[in-house]
Design a protein around this ligand. Structure first.
Ligand code: ZN
Length: 269
């Protein structure tokens, strides 16, 4: 009986790759702009009034055997043509972009039509600036985000662009290697991304679930977040995953973290 069981196990392990951990091939960090805010207290209520706050603004490309996933599209490429940057008075921030996303993709040997999937952490303008450059991609977004875009700005999609609406967590390639995590609170349908890499280990791309390591440690919640409670529980979800998955949290807007990361065309694998 025992021998039979072992034989069954051996066969099952051979034919059932779902038992093994699967990995994405590569993760590429792309500089998609930077923000210079006049008043840090907008991100740390009650502290740092009138202090400046600098933000990185990265996009990420994930290579998987089934295709490319772009995570966020950053500031619009046209911002690179405006040396003075784009001023967003609502958050007293000037956004700048050094290199266009299309130029970076080109240096990687990629055309926009090579990008199959684009995940949007949320619909704030510093994350969706280049949606229109990808008419052939399918966009992955939470239904709650799609139904609640930024007032006055609305949805960034062109007529005919393909949008897949997601409710909760989502296994992008069906093998567990790249998973969208529902992390509402900054916006109603905010999401983060978990990427398993063979050498680097598991990485969680924050989106705006938190804006800096300092903010994570001090548990600051920006005053403009739609829900403090949802933000807290989303951060608790991320914190649990950091422990159980031995994962690293890559915070999109953290300038110190970003300065230490290898950027395109370099990559993590
Ligand atoms: Zn945001």
């Amino acid at each position: 009986m025992k021998r039979l069981f072992l034989a069954w196990m051996a066969v099952h392990l051979l034919v059932s790759p779902a038992w093994a951990t699967h990995y994405a091939d590569k993760l590429i960090v792309i500089d998609c702009g930077e923000g210079h805010a006049d008043d840090k207290s907008l991100w740390s209520p009650g502290e740092n009034a009138g202090q400046p706050f600098d933000m990185a603004n990265n996009c990420y490309l994930v290579r998987h055997e089934k295709g490319w996933l772009l995570w966020d599209t950053g500031l619009p490429d046209t911002a690179a043509d405006q040396p003075g940057g784009l001023r967003v008075e609502a958050i007293r921030t000037t956004w700048k972009r050094k290199q266009k996303l299309l130029v970076t993709l080109n240096a990687l040997g990629l055309k926009p039509s090579d990008i199959d999937l684009i995940g949007l952490s949320h619909l704030h303008p510093d994350h969706v600036g280049n949606v229109a450059l990808f008419p052939q991609a399918t966009f992955l977004i939470q239904t709650a985000e799609y139904n609640n875009p930024v007032p006055l700005l609305g949805l960034p999609f062109l007529p005919g662009q393909s949008v897949k609406k997601i409710d909760g967590d989502y296994d992008v390639f069906g093998d567990g290697s790249v998973q969208i995590l529902a992390t509402p609170g900054h916006t109603l349908g905010h999401q983060s991304l978990l990427v398993r890499l063979k050498s680097t280990g598991t990485v969680i791309l924050s989106g705006d679930v938190v804006h800096s390591e300092e903010s994570w440690n001090r548990q600051w919640i920006p005053a403009r977040n739609v829900s403090i409670e949802m933000t807290r529980s989303s951060r608790a979800k991320i914190a649990r995953l950091l422990l159980t998955e031995h994962a690293q949290l890559w915070i999109n807007h953290d300038v110190q973290q970003s300065a230490q990361q290898r950027k395109a065309p370099d990559f993590y694998e």
